[in-house]
Design a protein around this ligand. Structure first.
Ligand code: DX5
Ligand code: ZN
Length: 217
């Protein structure tokens, strides 16, 4: 299957959110990537439920919601009601990750787990078959516009091997510093979904930037 492209609205112009949502609707992008940050799990606060609700009014493609918050269990029902298609929580933020994943599925969303750059993929072996998606952070979460961490390629390769060995159907998503310079190698290593914020929204022609990423995959 062709690689999915998920533009991260964190890099959108919040004064023109409707315009930027329409650009994504009209592009070859597959998902809207939505970054929710609480200022505790990560040293930044992005936006919360009212803004997500506004995005949901305009977005015509699935919402891929990435929670960078502590104790995400408190809000699973809320994000389901806000029409999240994929709900991704951080491994490092969940004490009872298995329970959290089951709860996301009970709320009829696809379940994702994100790993910080320092967290080994092997930790996910016991619950890989339960996961619809693993998001490998290729920057330290909290901010857009950071440089891609090169060690990510090795993690993608390892994770892909685990998925194949277990006969799982988990998708691998890469988040942080993705550009047309690293996309091909990420896909070659096994990436299924590429998140791109700055590379898309700071481009002179965002739709063309999305099309180029899509063509690489
Ligand atoms: C970072 C976020 C990313 C971010 C990516 O914590 O999870 O989704 O928006 O932005 P770029 O593509 O600019 O690194
Ligand atoms: Zn993200």
């Amino acid at each position: 299957m062709a690689t999915r492209i998920a533009p991260s609205l964190l890099a959108a112009d919040f004064g023109n959110l409707e315009r930027d949502c329409k650009m994504v609707n009209d592009s070859q992008a597959d998902w809207f990537h939505i970054d929710i940050m609480d200022g505790v799990f990560v040293p930044n606060i992005s936006f919360g439920m009212p803004v997500l609700k506004a995005i949901g009014v305009h977005a015509k493609k699935p919402l891929d919601v990435h929670l960078m918050i502590v104790d995400p269990d408190r809000y699973i029902a809320t994000f389901a009601a806000l029409n999240a298609r994929v709900l991704t929580v951080h491994y490092e933020a969940c004490i009872h990750l298995h329970r959290t994943i089951q709860s996301i599925k009970q709320h009829k969303m696809l379940a994702g787990v994100a790993l910080n750059p320092h967290t080994p993929v092997a930790l996910l072996a016991p619950l890989l078959k339960d996961l619809d998606l693993v998001c490998l952070m290729s920057v330290n979460p909290g901010f857009g516009g950071q440089s891609f961490i090169e060690e990510t390629y090795q993690k993608v390769t390892e994770l892909k091997e685990m998925i194949v060995a277990q006969g799982a159907s988990t998708q691998i998503e890469i988040d942080g510093g993705v550009t047309d310079q690293n996309a091909a190698q990420l896909v070659a290593c096994g990436a299924d979904v590429l998140v791109a914020g700055s590379h898309v929204f700071k481009a002179t022609n965002p739709k063309a930037a999305i099309a180029k990423l899509k063509a690489i995959g």
